[in-house]
Write a protein that binds this ligand. Sequence first.
Ligand code: PSU
Ligand code: MN
Length: 304
Amino acid sequence: MNKYLSLSPEVQQALADNRPIVALESTIISHGMPYPQNVQTALRVEQTIRDHGATPATIAVIGGKLKAGCTPEEIEYLGHKGQAVTKASRRDLPVLIARGQDGATTVTTTMIIAAMAGIKVFATGGIGGVHRGAETTMDISADLEELAQTPVMVICAGAKSILDLGLTLEYLETKGVPVIGYGTDELPAFYTRKSGFGVDYRIDTPHELAAAFKAKLDMGLKGGMLVTNPIPEEYSMPADVINDAIDRAIAEANEKGIHGKQTTPFLLAKVKDLTGGDSLAANIQLVLNNARLAALTATALATL
Ligand code: PSU
Ligand code: MN
Protein backbone atom coordinates (compact mmCIF):
# COMPACT_ATOMS: atom_id res chain seq x y z
CA MET A 1 0.00 0.00 0.00
CA ASN A 2 1.57 3.33 -0.94
CA LYS A 3 1.92 6.20 1.52
CA TYR A 4 -0.30 8.55 -0.44
CA LEU A 5 -3.35 6.30 -0.22
CA SER A 6 -5.87 6.80 2.58
CA LEU A 7 -8.70 4.27 3.04
CA SER A 8 -11.84 5.06 5.01
CA PRO A 9 -12.32 2.70 7.99
CA GLU A 10 -15.38 1.19 6.27
CA VAL A 11 -13.44 0.46 3.05
CA GLN A 12 -10.47 -0.90 4.98
CA GLN A 13 -12.73 -3.31 6.86
CA ALA A 14 -14.53 -4.43 3.71
CA LEU A 15 -11.20 -5.13 2.00
CA ALA A 16 -9.96 -7.13 4.99
CA ASP A 17 -13.16 -9.22 4.97
CA ASN A 18 -13.16 -9.67 1.17
CA ARG A 19 -16.58 -8.04 1.02
CA PRO A 20 -17.80 -6.28 -2.17
CA ILE A 21 -16.83 -2.64 -2.70
CA VAL A 22 -17.89 -0.22 -5.43
CA ALA A 23 -15.71 2.77 -6.33
CA LEU A 24 -17.36 6.09 -7.30
CA GLU A 25 -15.81 9.13 -8.97
CA SER A 26 -15.88 12.72 -7.74
CA THR A 27 -15.66 14.77 -10.96
CA ILE A 28 -19.29 13.83 -11.53
CA ILE A 29 -19.95 15.56 -8.18
CA SER A 30 -17.88 18.72 -8.64
CA HIS A 31 -18.09 19.20 -12.42
CA GLY A 32 -20.88 16.95 -13.65
CA MET A 33 -23.92 18.22 -11.76
CA PRO A 34 -25.01 21.47 -10.07
CA TYR A 35 -25.08 21.99 -6.30
CA PRO A 36 -26.96 20.78 -4.25
CA GLN A 37 -28.27 17.98 -6.50
CA ASN A 38 -24.68 16.77 -6.92
CA VAL A 39 -24.25 16.14 -3.19
CA GLN A 40 -27.73 14.66 -2.75
CA THR A 41 -27.10 12.31 -5.68
CA ALA A 42 -23.67 11.25 -4.44
CA LEU A 43 -25.14 10.34 -1.05
CA ARG A 44 -28.10 8.51 -2.64
CA VAL A 45 -25.72 6.54 -4.84
CA GLU A 46 -23.75 5.47 -1.77
CA GLN A 47 -26.98 4.42 -0.05
CA THR A 48 -28.09 2.44 -3.12
CA ILE A 49 -24.80 0.53 -3.03
CA ARG A 50 -25.28 -0.26 0.67
CA ASP A 51 -28.88 -1.32 0.04
CA HIS A 52 -27.56 -3.84 -2.49
CA GLY A 53 -25.02 -5.36 -0.14
CA ALA A 54 -21.78 -3.58 -1.06
CA THR A 55 -19.61 -0.85 0.46
CA PRO A 56 -19.29 2.46 -1.41
CA ALA A 57 -15.88 4.09 -1.87
CA THR A 58 -16.21 7.61 -3.21
CA ILE A 59 -12.76 8.52 -4.50
CA ALA A 60 -11.10 11.97 -4.48
CA VAL A 61 -7.83 13.73 -3.73
CA ILE A 62 -8.09 15.69 -0.49
CA GLY A 63 -5.20 17.62 0.97
CA GLY A 64 -2.78 15.68 -1.20
CA LYS A 65 -4.11 12.27 -0.05
CA LEU A 66 -5.64 9.73 -2.42
CA LYS A 67 -8.91 8.95 -0.65
CA ALA A 68 -10.74 5.68 -1.20
CA GLY A 69 -13.89 6.35 0.79
CA CYS A 70 -14.94 9.94 1.47
CA THR A 71 -16.99 11.11 4.45
CA PRO A 72 -20.34 12.86 3.85
CA GLU A 73 -18.57 16.10 4.89
CA GLU A 74 -15.92 15.59 2.21
CA ILE A 75 -18.63 14.93 -0.39
CA GLU A 76 -20.43 18.12 0.67
CA TYR A 77 -17.14 20.03 0.40
CA LEU A 78 -16.40 18.76 -3.13
CA GLY A 79 -19.96 19.42 -4.29
CA HIS A 80 -20.18 22.89 -2.80
CA LYS A 81 -16.81 23.95 -4.22
CA GLY A 82 -17.91 22.61 -7.61
CA GLN A 83 -15.87 23.68 -10.62
CA ALA A 84 -13.35 25.42 -8.32
CA VAL A 85 -11.98 21.98 -7.41
CA THR A 86 -9.25 20.86 -9.81
CA LYS A 87 -10.51 18.25 -12.24
CA ALA A 88 -7.78 15.70 -11.69
CA SER A 89 -6.73 13.35 -14.44
CA ARG A 90 -3.62 11.09 -14.51
CA ARG A 91 -1.24 13.95 -15.39
CA ASP A 92 -2.46 16.05 -12.42
CA LEU A 93 -1.79 13.62 -9.56
CA PRO A 94 1.96 14.20 -8.99
CA VAL A 95 1.77 17.98 -8.54
CA LEU A 96 -1.51 17.92 -6.57
CA ILE A 97 0.06 15.47 -4.13
CA ALA A 98 3.33 17.33 -3.81
CA ARG A 99 1.39 20.51 -3.03
CA GLY A 100 -1.10 18.87 -0.67
CA GLN A 101 -4.02 20.05 -2.77
CA ASP A 102 -7.50 18.77 -3.60
CA GLY A 103 -8.72 17.19 -6.81
CA ALA A 104 -11.95 15.70 -8.12
CA THR A 105 -11.17 12.38 -9.74
CA THR A 106 -12.26 11.60 -13.30
CA VAL A 107 -12.89 8.06 -14.54
CA THR A 108 -9.12 7.83 -15.15
CA THR A 109 -7.94 8.77 -11.66
CA THR A 110 -10.79 6.92 -9.96
CA MET A 111 -9.60 3.77 -11.75
CA ILE A 112 -5.99 4.44 -10.73
CA ILE A 113 -6.84 4.94 -7.05
CA ALA A 114 -9.36 2.07 -6.99
CA ALA A 115 -6.68 -0.26 -8.39
CA MET A 116 -4.15 0.93 -5.79
CA ALA A 117 -6.69 0.16 -3.06
CA GLY A 118 -7.62 -3.25 -4.50
CA ILE A 119 -11.15 -2.25 -5.57
CA LYS A 120 -12.26 -3.93 -8.79
CA VAL A 121 -15.67 -2.48 -9.66
CA PHE A 122 -16.51 1.18 -10.33
CA ALA A 123 -19.86 2.79 -11.15
CA THR A 124 -20.31 6.14 -12.86
CA GLY A 125 -22.50 8.00 -15.37
CA GLY A 126 -20.57 8.40 -18.60
CA ILE A 127 -16.96 8.03 -19.68
CA GLY A 128 -14.82 10.39 -21.72
CA GLY A 129 -13.86 9.33 -25.24
CA VAL A 130 -12.86 10.54 -28.67
CA HIS A 131 -14.36 13.98 -29.23
CA ARG A 132 -16.07 14.96 -32.45
CA GLY A 133 -13.43 16.65 -34.59
CA ALA A 134 -10.60 14.76 -32.86
CA GLU A 135 -9.00 14.18 -36.27
CA THR A 136 -7.85 17.81 -36.05
CA THR A 137 -7.98 18.63 -32.29
CA MET A 138 -6.55 15.29 -31.09
CA ASP A 139 -8.93 15.59 -28.12
CA ILE A 140 -9.16 12.03 -26.85
CA SER A 141 -9.96 11.44 -23.19
CA ALA A 142 -7.33 9.86 -20.97
CA ASP A 143 -10.18 7.58 -19.81
CA LEU A 144 -9.62 5.37 -22.87
CA GLU A 145 -5.93 4.87 -22.13
CA GLU A 146 -6.74 4.07 -18.51
CA LEU A 147 -9.26 1.44 -19.57
CA ALA A 148 -6.45 -0.03 -21.66
CA GLN A 149 -4.05 -0.42 -18.74
CA THR A 150 -5.76 -0.50 -15.33
CA PRO A 151 -7.66 -3.57 -14.07
CA VAL A 152 -11.00 -2.07 -13.00
CA MET A 153 -14.47 -2.80 -14.38
CA VAL A 154 -16.22 0.47 -15.23
CA ILE A 155 -20.02 0.38 -15.26
CA CYS A 156 -21.51 3.36 -17.08
CA ALA A 157 -24.51 4.31 -19.22
CA GLY A 158 -22.40 4.46 -22.39
CA ALA A 159 -21.07 7.78 -23.59
CA LYS A 160 -22.83 11.00 -24.53
CA SER A 161 -22.95 11.90 -28.17
CA ILE A 162 -20.93 15.02 -27.35
CA LEU A 163 -18.34 12.41 -28.39
CA ASP A 164 -17.77 10.63 -31.66
CA LEU A 165 -19.11 7.26 -30.49
CA GLY A 166 -17.91 5.36 -33.56
CA LEU A 167 -14.32 6.55 -33.12
CA THR A 168 -14.51 5.91 -29.38
CA LEU A 169 -15.40 2.26 -30.08
CA GLU A 170 -12.58 1.98 -32.65
CA TYR A 171 -10.10 3.29 -30.09
CA LEU A 172 -11.28 0.83 -27.44
CA GLU A 173 -11.04 -2.00 -29.96
CA THR A 174 -7.45 -1.07 -30.81
CA LYS A 175 -6.58 -0.97 -27.10
CA GLY A 176 -8.16 -4.35 -26.42
CA VAL A 177 -10.87 -3.13 -24.06
CA PRO A 178 -13.98 -5.34 -24.05
CA VAL A 179 -17.16 -3.27 -24.46
CA ILE A 180 -20.11 -5.10 -22.94
CA GLY A 181 -23.80 -4.20 -23.31
CA TYR A 182 -25.76 -5.10 -20.19
CA GLY A 183 -28.97 -6.62 -21.53
CA THR A 184 -28.42 -4.95 -24.91
CA ASP A 185 -26.59 -5.46 -28.21
CA GLU A 186 -26.37 -1.74 -28.79
CA LEU A 187 -24.12 0.85 -27.18
CA PRO A 188 -26.34 3.14 -25.09
CA ALA A 189 -25.78 6.89 -25.54
CA PHE A 190 -26.23 7.97 -21.92
CA TYR A 191 -29.58 9.84 -22.13
CA THR A 192 -30.93 7.38 -24.68
CA ARG A 193 -30.86 3.58 -24.79
CA LYS A 194 -29.62 3.40 -28.37
CA SER A 195 -26.81 4.88 -30.44
CA GLY A 196 -26.84 2.87 -33.66
CA PHE A 197 -23.48 1.26 -32.72
CA GLY A 198 -23.10 -2.35 -31.61
CA VAL A 199 -21.22 -3.52 -28.51
CA ASP A 200 -18.72 -6.40 -28.52
CA TYR A 201 -20.82 -8.69 -26.30
CA ARG A 202 -24.21 -8.70 -24.68
CA ILE A 203 -24.27 -10.00 -21.10
CA ASP A 204 -27.49 -10.39 -19.12
CA THR A 205 -26.48 -11.16 -15.54
CA PRO A 206 -24.16 -9.66 -12.90
CA HIS A 207 -22.73 -13.14 -12.40
CA GLU A 208 -21.57 -13.39 -16.02
CA LEU A 209 -20.11 -9.87 -15.88
CA ALA A 210 -18.14 -10.95 -12.81
CA ALA A 211 -17.04 -14.23 -14.45
CA ALA A 212 -15.76 -12.46 -17.57
CA PHE A 213 -13.83 -9.92 -15.54
CA LYS A 214 -12.43 -12.62 -13.26
CA ALA A 215 -11.14 -14.46 -16.33
CA LYS A 216 -9.42 -11.29 -17.52
CA LEU A 217 -7.80 -10.79 -14.09
CA ASP A 218 -6.77 -14.44 -13.80
CA MET A 219 -5.06 -14.33 -17.19
CA GLY A 220 -3.18 -11.20 -16.17
CA LEU A 221 -4.42 -9.37 -19.25
CA LYS A 222 -3.85 -5.74 -18.48
CA GLY A 223 -6.62 -3.18 -18.63
CA GLY A 224 -10.23 -2.95 -17.59
CA MET A 225 -13.62 -3.79 -18.99
CA LEU A 226 -16.32 -1.35 -20.02
CA VAL A 227 -19.88 -2.28 -19.12
CA THR A 228 -22.54 -0.10 -20.69
CA ASN A 229 -25.91 -0.22 -18.93
CA PRO A 230 -28.79 1.52 -20.71
CA ILE A 231 -30.77 4.18 -18.84
CA PRO A 232 -34.13 2.72 -17.69
CA GLU A 233 -36.76 3.28 -20.39
CA GLU A 234 -38.98 5.48 -18.20
CA TYR A 235 -36.18 8.00 -17.64
CA SER A 236 -34.67 8.06 -21.14
CA MET A 237 -34.93 11.26 -23.19
CA PRO A 238 -36.26 11.85 -26.72
CA ALA A 239 -33.26 11.47 -29.05
CA ASP A 240 -34.09 14.59 -31.13
CA VAL A 241 -34.29 16.85 -28.05
CA ILE A 242 -30.97 15.69 -26.67
CA ASN A 243 -29.17 15.60 -30.04
CA ASP A 244 -30.30 19.14 -30.82
CA ALA A 245 -29.00 20.37 -27.44
CA ILE A 246 -25.68 18.57 -27.99
CA ASP A 247 -25.25 20.07 -31.48
CA ARG A 248 -25.88 23.56 -30.12
CA ALA A 249 -23.51 23.04 -27.18
CA ILE A 250 -20.73 21.88 -29.52
CA ALA A 251 -21.29 24.84 -31.86
CA GLU A 252 -21.00 27.24 -28.92
CA ALA A 253 -17.86 25.53 -27.59
CA ASN A 254 -16.24 25.86 -31.03
CA GLU A 255 -17.24 29.54 -31.31
CA LYS A 256 -15.78 30.30 -27.89
CA GLY A 257 -12.60 28.31 -28.55
CA ILE A 258 -13.17 26.05 -25.52
CA HIS A 259 -10.50 23.35 -25.46
CA GLY A 260 -8.47 20.98 -23.28
CA LYS A 261 -9.88 19.88 -19.95
CA GLN A 262 -12.65 22.53 -20.09
CA THR A 263 -14.36 20.95 -23.08
CA THR A 264 -16.26 18.15 -21.34
CA PRO A 265 -17.48 20.21 -18.33
CA PHE A 266 -18.52 23.06 -20.69
CA LEU A 267 -20.54 20.72 -22.92
CA LEU A 268 -22.15 18.96 -19.95
CA ALA A 269 -23.26 22.25 -18.39
CA LYS A 270 -24.59 23.63 -21.71
CA VAL A 271 -26.58 20.51 -22.49
CA LYS A 272 -28.11 20.69 -19.04
CA ASP A 273 -29.05 24.38 -19.50
CA LEU A 274 -30.51 23.79 -22.96
CA THR A 275 -32.70 20.91 -21.81
CA GLY A 276 -34.04 22.81 -18.81
CA GLY A 277 -33.06 20.31 -16.15
CA ASP A 278 -34.70 17.24 -17.78
CA SER A 279 -31.24 15.96 -18.55
CA LEU A 280 -30.23 16.30 -14.91
CA ALA A 281 -33.14 14.12 -13.79
CA ALA A 282 -32.15 11.49 -16.38
CA ASN A 283 -28.51 11.74 -15.31
CA ILE A 284 -29.39 11.08 -11.66
CA GLN A 285 -31.52 8.04 -12.50
CA LEU A 286 -28.94 6.40 -14.73
CA VAL A 287 -26.23 6.77 -12.10
CA LEU A 288 -28.46 5.09 -9.50
CA ASN A 289 -29.15 2.32 -12.00
CA ASN A 290 -25.42 1.81 -12.57
CA ALA A 291 -24.73 1.81 -8.83
CA ARG A 292 -27.25 -1.01 -8.39
CA LEU A 293 -25.69 -3.14 -11.12
CA ALA A 294 -22.18 -2.45 -9.79
CA ALA A 295 -23.14 -3.53 -6.27
CA LEU A 296 -24.62 -6.80 -7.58
CA THR A 297 -21.59 -7.43 -9.82
CA ALA A 298 -19.08 -6.69 -7.04
CA THR A 299 -21.04 -9.10 -4.83
CA ALA A 300 -20.86 -11.82 -7.50
CA LEU A 301 -17.13 -11.18 -8.01
CA ALA A 302 -16.41 -11.51 -4.29
CA THR A 303 -17.73 -15.10 -4.37
CA LEU A 304 -15.66 -16.24 -7.39
N1 PSU B 1 -18.99 12.41 -19.24
C1 PSU B 1 -20.17 12.53 -18.61
N2 PSU B 1 -20.19 12.96 -17.33
C2 PSU B 1 -19.04 13.26 -16.65
C3 PSU B 1 -17.80 13.11 -17.32
C4 PSU B 1 -17.82 12.68 -18.61
O1 PSU B 1 -21.20 12.26 -19.20
O2 PSU B 1 -19.10 13.66 -15.47
C5 PSU B 1 -16.52 13.38 -16.57
C6 PSU B 1 -15.91 12.08 -16.03
O3 PSU B 1 -15.24 12.36 -14.84
C7 PSU B 1 -14.94 11.70 -17.11
C8 PSU B 1 -14.40 13.06 -17.50
O4 PSU B 1 -13.89 10.86 -16.68
O5 PSU B 1 -15.54 13.91 -17.47
C9 PSU B 1 -13.76 13.05 -18.86
O6 PSU B 1 -13.18 14.29 -19.08
P1 PSU B 1 -12.27 14.49 -20.39
O7 PSU B 1 -13.22 14.36 -21.54
O8 PSU B 1 -11.69 15.87 -20.23
O9 PSU B 1 -11.26 13.39 -20.36
MN1 MN C 1 -9.95 16.11 -23.56
